[in-house]
Write a new protein. Structure first.
Length: 118
């Protein structure tokens, strides 16, 4: 069973920074895409950013220039550096690992809460 465990969430004032981490374990087959998603209260889960095995990234417009995704292959850990945080960034942030070729797989972490106060 693949496990994704996020950490690094917390409360911060607007303009501050946080760094989220996602430790991924028990992966038996190659993952093609890693990503961060978020779900604000009363809203659907939305894409924040993804990164492929080739290093291509796809950022949501709302976080471009403020958030940076990175991955440490040796540690099987995914990171999200969040700068210039805004109150609208408040959400539960989820780590995702996806395999897009057969057998396809899609794994989620349990999420970590980020609260940004004005």
């Amino acid at each position: 069973q693949v496990h994704l465990v996020e950490s690094g969430g917390g409360s911060v004032q607007a303009g501050g920074s946080l760094r989220l981490s996602c430790a991924i374990s028990n992966i038996m087959l190659s993952i093609n895409t890693w990503g961060w998603y978020r779900q604000a209260p009363g809203k659907e889960r939305d894409l924040v950013v993804t990164i492929t095995s080739g290093g291509s990234t796809n950022y949501a417009d709302s976080v471009k220039g403020r958030f940076t995704i990175s991955r440490d292959s040796a540690k099987n850990t995914l990171y999200l550096q969040m700068n210039s945080l805004k109150p609208e960034d408040t959400a539960v942030y989820y780590c995702n690992a996806k395999r897009n070729v057969p057998p396809t797989m899609n794994y989620w972490g349990v999420g970590t809460l980020v609260t940004v106060s004005s």
